[in-house]
Design a protein around this ligand. Structure first.
Ligand SMILES: Cc1cc2nc3c(=O)[nH]c(=O)nc-3n(C[C@H](O)[C@H](O)[C@H](O)COP(=O)(O)OP(=O)(O)OC[C@H]3O[C@@H](n4cnc5c(N)ncnc54)[C@H](O)[C@@H]3O)c2cc1C
Length: 419
């Protein structure tokens, strides 16, 4: 069954206006997906395309998705925020029932999801892909109010626009600090790509300014590639590691200061990326453990804590696989086939998953890390000898090509998920 745009809007409006006991469902299996980001939107589409008899309902809190990949280019003034934004019309047109409402509760025993307006959605299998939430208790002084002064911009949209505005308003000669969290967190190379692109902007527009990365780690993704490039391109960028005293222990938004165990930094623009955990609905559903993340069976992505619920994307503990949009999309496709097999009483095939993370160091300077993963001893582990990083001594033409591949990847994945 195909759903027209008008029908889709009707579904959304009905869900918004009338608290109902349950939305009527067809005869096939009922699959509900929570979260319409890279993981959830992909899973819903694949679930429906491989299983036309199933009723697939995608529950998403916001009518517009703002993608994080490439949002660092918005901070550098390379593209507008609107290029990061996508709607759900095409997903609705593919036969998925899209409901724009927050999921507020999961009744794992009764197998239903309750929405913000009171609607209840029964399911046979639930796929949860709520992404991350920021731990507002994770860094003393940093809460939602502080984020209005010291943006995290780790969920894109208003926060990205705010950080861009602050960078634009800063005087030449100012200091920008990026506070990078300990592992695990969304997009391991993200803070360093961000530092590179902000440094690119400062070099061109405010060359007397400084950029400081205050880090709670001693090592990070694609480190040698980033550091070599910084030496060559951005002499005003300084990385302070954990063992050099880089770990920020508290922040004071009113004074614009960042405290470490050894010093206090007064800065003009502070981009604080705090510790994270799985989206709040995962905690409510009982699929997150004490780490704040969701343990899963590496072969099916079914929760280790609650049956009939699968968790994919950033919210899940995926072993060696990084929290990236590329990973989320790959996990979603496999999860959809596993759920289809399980609903038919079959054993799913074992997954082999690929991740590739591109990072831009400048508009014409791209680098990559790639990996292949399979279940090993109960977790998704690296397949030894597969994948790797860009060559350390590649010519400029390679870096230019990788920057183009990055752009191509973003167009392809967003086209596949939302187009
Ligand atoms: C600056 C930055 C740069 C990045 N660059 C890259 C990159 O170059 N390549 C790459 O592969 N990855 C990149 N990432 C990582 C990537 O953005 C994430 O890994 C990816 O978005 C994870 O997908 P997800 O579906 O798990 O979560 P999300 O994409 O965040 O989607 C979660 C969705 O769930 C919805 N939701 C949450 N709770 C509820 C609820 N209760 N009810 C209804 N809906 C709900 C949210 O509104 C959201 O739409 C980057 C991240 C950042 C921050």
């Amino acid at each position: 069954m195909r759903t027209s745009r008008r029908q889709f809007l009707k579904v959304s409006a009905a869900a918004a206006l009338f608290p109902m006991p349950a939305i009527a469902q067809g005869a096939g299996p009922r699959v509900v997906v929570i979260g319409g980001g890279f993981a959830g939107a992909t899973a819903a589409r694949f679930m429906k395309s491989g299983n036309s008899a199933a009723t697939v309902t995608l529950v998403e809190a916001s009518p517009t998705f703002t993608a994080c990949p490439f949002s660092n280019t918005v901070l550098a003034g390379m593209r507008p925020l609107t290029d990061q934004q996508f709607g759900y019309d095409k997903i609705a047109a593919s036969g998925v029932t899209v409901v724009i409402q927050p999921a507020t509760a999961v009744d794992a025993q009764g197998k239903s999801v309750t929405l913000g307006n009171g609607t209840r959605l029964p399911y046979d299998r639930l796929i949860m892909a709520p992404g991350i939430d920021l731990r507002w208790d994770g860094l003393p002084g940093y809460d939602e109010k502080a984020a209005e002064v010291m943006p995290h911009a780790w969920k894109a949209s208003e926060q990205t626009a705010l950080l861009r505005k602050q960078l634009e308003s800063m005087q030449d000669g100012g200091t920008v600090a990026i506070v990078a969290p300990a592992n695990p967190f969304r997009c391991p190379p993200g803070p360093y790509e961000r530092a590179s692109l902000i440094a690119h902007y400062l070099k061109a527009s405010k060359p007397k300014s400084k950029l400081l990365i205050l880090d709670a780690k001693d090592a990070f993704s694609k480190q040698r590639l980033f550091q070599n490039a910084w030496k060559e391109l951005y002499p005003n960028l300084e990385w302070v590691s954990l063992s050099q005293g880089g770990k920020v222990t508290s922040v004071d938004p009113a004074a614009k200061t960042l405290k470490t165990d050894f010093s206090e930094h007064k800065v003009d623009v502070a981009n604080v990326i705090p510790p994270q955990r799985a989206g709040a609905i995962a905690q409510q559903a009982g699929v997150a453990d004490r780490t704040g993340w969701c343990p899963i069976d590496a072969s099916t992505f079914e929760s280790k804590l609650v049956p009939n619920i699968h968790v994919i994307g950033d919210a899940a503990i995926m072993g060696g696989m990084p929290k990236s949009a590329f990973s989320a999309n790959a996990q979603a496709k496999f999860c959809a086939t596993a759920v289809t097999a399980m609903l038919a009483g079959q054993k799913p095939a074992e997954p082999r998953l690929i991740n590739t993370c591109y990072s831009l160091i400048a508009p014409d300077y791209g680098i990559t890390v790639a990996g292949v993963y399979k279940p090993t001893d109960g977790v998704l582990a690296d397949v030894q000898g597969a994948g790797g990083v860009s060559p350390i001594d590649a010519p400029k033409s390679n870096r230019e090509l990788e920057a183009q591949f990055a752009e191509g990847w973003f167009k392809t994945i967003t086209g596949e998920v939302f187009g």
